[in-house]
Write a protein that binds this ligand. Sequence first.
Ligand code: PLP
Length: 381
Amino acid sequence: MTARAAELRDQGADVITLSAGEPDFNTPSAVCEAGIRAIRDGRTKYTPVSGIKQLREAIRKSFERDHGLDYGIDQITVACGAKQVVFNALFASLDAGDEVVIPTPCWVSYPDMVALAGGKPVLVACDESRGFKLRPEALEAAVTSRTKWLMLNSPCNPTGAVYSRSELLAIAAVLRRHAHVYVLSDDIYEKLTYNADFATIAAIEPDLYHRTLTVNGVSKADAMTGWRVGYGAGPLSLIKAMNLIQSQTSSHTSSISQYAAIEALAGGRKHIEQFASAFLRRRDLVVARLNQADGLSCRMPDGAFYAFPSCAGVIGKRTPNGTIIETDTDFAMYLLDHFAVAVVPGSGFMASPYIRISYASSLEDLSRACDRIIAACAVLT
Ligand code: PLP
């Protein structure tokens, strides 16, 4: 989709891209200045594999302040984005054939990373009628003696679903019966929730603290995707194994980015409030407009910056040039080729027929894109 969108743009088309998984805001200037200062001060050498101490201390404080989670700084590791944290954890822990329970729809990288590390992704479909969330009974049915991890992602990419404290407690009750299962709680969208209270499983269930890796970072909340700083906190033995993997791969993320991330975390993060209120306005516009499109239905997401409308109502319909839309990929291609709007088909997130729309764009672009989507749906027969 991205390649096709670029091709069309090169041909002069006014393509509106709603497929990006990153905020459209600039990195806050104080954070940029901290990066520039780090360069000027010569902080351009190797750092410890797990990240510089001041950064891990800032991360430790943020876990304590935000969730009452108590980690020693040796229980914290910093990597090239949350993505590398997840990868290091899987690579450090999976033996061939070990199973990882992944509720779907899910972030596209989880199943591939599990497979790459030699494990077996066990996908558990979570219905839209249940808010796209994992039910305790479904988790119980999926767990076997080979299960090593449960992946939790709240707020979720792509659905925007946010697990409440009581929903997490119900999941924890299942996991208490299966002491061999670890939890990877990917909280990368934590700071972007709208009228929903964020909770994280290691903080609310003391039994699980000792077998949970809590993953977070500055990419999404602080508009720092390109700086590549993510972190994980969890049991010391796991963190040590993850550091070993990292020491033989990337060594560590950029020293400059680490200094910038200290400023982001320790500087009060005032910018997050502005980002979140802009996202809230955009979400409300996009969801309302998408629900006006014939054949689409979109539930209100509680977090992240994605809408995930069902496009079941357009499947089987005919486009003006006579093509039948058979899948969500066909629909996404139709939107791109004929209406110059780039979205991601749900199949990429193990859920069809849906499309994912990122509302990390200006209100003006979102409004124009929704006009086009509504027009595209209206001419289907
Ligand atoms: N986890 C989820 C659910 C994501 O959507 C993403 C990015 O799209 C990441 C992790 C990766 O974040 P980072 O850019 O910090 O590697």
